[in-house]
Design a protein around this ligand. Structure first.
Ligand code: O7E
Length: 221
């Protein structure tokens, strides 16, 4: 995935036309579009190829099963035309290896959730987040998902993985995180959903966040 704006759109709308319109409007300002259960369950897997016209697609199915089932899920996901899949790390190394194996057959990427951005993410996942990050690095994942709502956790995870893996970070906007803080903390990309797709002008909202990130990277703010 090419790093330009360092912004990923989380497209959690349920209407096909709306999804395509937003994707087209914001495509200039995003490096990828993340799609998950809300959009896919509402419109079907075919939306992935339609959206891929506008940006690389990350399939957020947070895959969390035994190795064989993970393999079957990832095959469907890559056959549908996605560039990357998001999987959970807590299911263990063999389950993660199964996803990475299929991804490398297709020449695609795997992101591993190390810890989550909502308050409940601190209950069970946070205590094992660093161990999951180490495992993902050893397994050869492309990247990790770490919480924009807790930039200090992004920094802690960056220290563990060094430059070996990328970090994508959700929780900016509606969940309270700030894009420039998370980039400064060590994330490669921020993931933004509602603050863009619910804005009066999704294009303008995406442009503003991309500009904030650019200013941070240039040391202007
Ligand atoms: O809060 P929003 O509207 O900006 O949307 C955030 C998106 O990131 C949404 O799709 C949600 O499911 C996802 N997400 C989190 O918010 N927190 C997490 O810890 C993990 C994810 C996620 O997408 O995991 C994979 C990146």
């Amino acid at each position: 995935m090419e790093k330009k704006s360092c912004l990923i759109l989380a497209l959690d709308v349920s209407d096909r036309e709306e999804a395509l319109k937003i994707a087209e409007d914001v495509s200039e300002f995003v490096d990828a579009i993340k799609v998950g259960y809300p959009l896919i369950l509402a419109t079907g897997l075919g939306i992935i190829r339609e959206l891929a016209e506008f940006a690389p697609i990350i399939a957020d199915f947070k895959v969390a099963d035994i190795p064989n089932t993970n393999r079957l899920i990832c095959e469907h996901v890559f056959e549908a035309g996605t560039d990357a899949v998001i999987v959970q790390g807590f299911t263990g190394r063999d389950s993660l290896d199964a996803c990475i194996e299929i991804a490398s057959e297709y020449g695609k990427d795997v992101f591993v959730v190390s810890e989550m951005s909502h308050p409940g993410g601190a209950e069970f996942l946070q205590p094992v987040g660093e161990a999951i990050a180490r495992m993902a690095a050893e397994a050869g994942a492309f990247g990790l998902v770490a919480p924009a709502t807790r930039p200090e956790r992004v920094t802690a995870i960056r220290k563990i993985i060094g430059d070996k893996l990328t970090i994508i970070s959700p929780g900016v906007g509606a969940q309270g995180g700030k894009a420039s803080d998370v980039i400064a903390a060590g994330a490669d990309w921020v993931i933004v959903g509602r603050a863009i797709y619910k804005a009066e002008s999704p294009r303008e909202a995406a442009r503003k966040i991309a500009a904030e990130i650019e200013a941070k990277l240039k040391g202007e703010i």
